[in-house]
Design a protein around this ligand. Sequence first.
Ligand SMILES: [Zn+2]
Length: 154
Amino acid sequence: MTIGTAAQAVSAADGCELCSTPGGEVLWSDRRLRVVRVDDPDYPGFLRVIWQGHVREMTDLDRAHRACLIEAVFAAERAVIELLRPHKVNLASLGNMTPHLHWHVIPRFRGDPHFPDPVWAARRGGSPVRLPMAVADYGRGVAASIAAALSTTD
Ligand SMILES: [Zn+2]
């Protein structure tokens, strides 16, 4: 697999996981980005905002697209806060293994399996997070927030 600026031409057949799979349950998408709910039994509210194209860094996007992506991230954060009332929302852009710029939006709770460490650290105990609503309702709430936030962007 080729990764880098020449990766625009990488297709699903070339092994790009985020071109060949959605990377989670798609809650909202357009030609620019998609918002998925990550399949993580410990963190059922875990979202990712994934840029559809092969772009590695925020500063590789032009200003309009950068604004679009970060507005989607902020809308996802706001939806998580309003729907789940977490202790904190963790936002992270790591993406060392994929050419798709993406943001993790992770609702955190005291007593979750990794609290207060990052979710990528060793488990500390705690209990899996439980959504206070049906998962489908959570997805609809997130989707509505994203749609509203991006309705004013091109
Ligand atoms: Zn890809």
